[in-house]
Design a binder for this molecule. Structure first.
Ligand SMILES: O=CC(=O)O
Length: 321
């Protein structure tokens, strides 16, 4: 029997390429580029689209695929998808929650530790001998015993708290919904009803919220001004949650000490972006979930969701709004 056709960019060298066999066992996989070239022959055949960030799924894209049944997003955040529009074409949307939590929480901890302990500067010194004053510039700050403020205490935020507990950190959190007393006790986290309290008291502020109209530019000039001058901002959520111009300004004026960002807008930042010029800023190209183990499980989960949708069954991770 012919395998169902899906549109998926697993690339020649991209991280998803390693997992192509897991996808190709079940599906005939067409890349976006091949699709663009042979659109007339393939458009009727495509039943699922696998996406990692792109392409943009808009009205004309949906209209061009009359037999599309499901859009499967690799990762948890679906802020780049217009779900009501996609659903209006009787196409389901799935993501891969849970499987990315540990890797993303690990990345939050990595960024906090790397920033506090000046890992990048130390590496650059070892490699390029670029600073004669390494000792001074390598003087970091203790993470152990410091106060971590977590903004967004969903699954990933909670996993960050668990890890921070192992570093004897004092943990504050701010969230739309307060966690139960039991959950707070397990990780030793103290609820701040007002984000301002968290910002004022934390040495490290880690942003872990979903991007939504309510959280866009949640951290702007006002919020940065509330942070300690010795404070570090860590963002593992979405770039748009932080007002980047305000962040540049706060760093230039030493309103906060440092920043460590897995996410920005755009991604990656243009080479001449001011954020890349600060020695006290770490910028990654959105790689919070990029581990072999997590990506493997993510891809398997995408396959499971797509197979269910194509069989007319309820996919386990359908996103409903
Ligand atoms: O950014 C990563 C995700 O949304 O899973």
């Amino acid at each position: 029997m012919e395998k169902p056709y899906i549109l998926a960019d697993i690339g020649e060298k991209g991280i998803y390429h390693c997992f192509a066999p897991c996808i190709e066992k079940h599906f005939t996989t067409i890349s976006y580029q091949n699709f663009a070239q042979k659109r007339e022959n393939l458009a009727d055949k495509i039943q699922a689209v696998f996406i990692w960030g792109g392409p943009i799924i808009d009205h004309s894209f949906l209209q061009s695929l009359p037999n599309l049944k499901v859009v499967v997003n690799g990762g948890v955040g679906v802020d780049h998808l217009d779900i009501p529009l996609i659903n209006s074409f009787e196409v389901k949307v799935c993501n891969t929650p849970h499987v990315v939590d540990n890797a993303t929480a690990d990345m939050g901890m990595s960024l906090m530790l790397a920033s506090a302990r000046k890992i990048v500067q130390g590496h650059n010194f070892s490699k390029y001998h670029e600073s004669e004053r390494l000792l001074e510039s390598s003087l970091g700050n203790d993470v152990s015993g410091a106060t971590l403020g977590i903004i967004g205490m969903g699954r990933i935020g909670y996993k960050v708290a668990k890890r921070a507990q192992g570093f004897d950190m004092k943990i504050l959190y701010h969230n739309r919904n307060r966690r139960t007393e039991e959950e707070e006790k397990v990780v030793g986290a103290v609820y701040c009803e007002k984000m301002e309290e968290l910002l004022r008291k934390s040495d490290f502020v880690m942003v872990v919220v979903n991007l939504s109209p309510q959280t866009q530019k949640l951290i702007g000039a006002k919020e940065l001004a509330m942070m300690k001058p010795s404070g570090t901002l860590i963002n593992i959520s979405r770039g748009l949650v932080v007002d980047q111009d305000a962040l540049v300004d706060a760093l230039q004026r030493k309103i906060i000490k440092a920043a460590a960002l897995d996410v920005t807008y755009p991604e990656p930042l243009p080479r001449d972006h001011p954020l890349l010029s600060f020695p006290n800023v770490i910028v990654l190209p959105h790689m919070g979930t990029h581990t072999v183990e997590t990506t493997r499980v993510m891809v398997e989960r995408m396959v499971t969701n797509a197979l269910a949708a194509l069989k007319g069954e309820q996919p386990p991770d359908e996103v409903k709004i």
